[in-house]
Design a protein around this ligand. Sequence first.
Ligand code: SIN
Ligand code: MN
Length: 229
Amino acid sequence: MIPFPELPDRGTRVEIAPGAVHLPGWLTLEQQRELVAAGREWARGPVPMRHTKLATGGVMSVQTVCLGWHWQPYRYSRTADDVNGARVAELPGWLADLGRRAVAEAYDDPAAAAAYAPDTTLINYYDRDAKLGMHQDREERCAAPVVSLSIGDRCVFRLGNTTSRNRPWRDVELASGDAFVFGGPSRFAYHAVPRLYPGTGDPATGLGSGRLNLTLRQTGLESDEPGPG
Ligand code: SIN
Ligand code: MN
């Protein structure tokens, strides 16, 4: 039995750091099922889900597919030039709406939510051994919040500080259905997923194993303008 702390109650709102809000159990099981089913389609194409290649010659252990804009280290483009050259699928309006609702609940701020216009989503699949090292989401030219949605196995989400990848940081357990919104003073905080708790997901989501995470972001990029980097 793998030990992990008790999870916070569904429906609560936990401020982890200024601007960083955890909404445990925010997605219904039905919403999680819909995201898993949609994720399977997005993983097929037009750009297939893959292990992102790094400049070092290695690959990320996490597998990724993007909507709206394609992210590769360390820029956005409309076409997946490091995969198959195809233009990425559109970000559906219902997913942007879900992101706006998460922002509204995280900050209890209808105006902030109304202004939130995510135009890209990175969909990450973690198998039992996958992890994500400390990094900032900083290819966006916009300080709008990132909305993270988790389905499947629980994981440790490490929220650090904005100046370095080192301590201080805070470890939070993210479980299936949780939303985590990081904006304001936490928008450019370093963060990581150092480990999963394999076998802790509910197969009723449709995800047999591992963890699916979606991060909705607002790039601040215009039309076909190439991303920074
Ligand atoms: C990310 O940092 O892009 C993903 C975070 C997560 O998987 O929770
Ligand atoms: Mn990130």
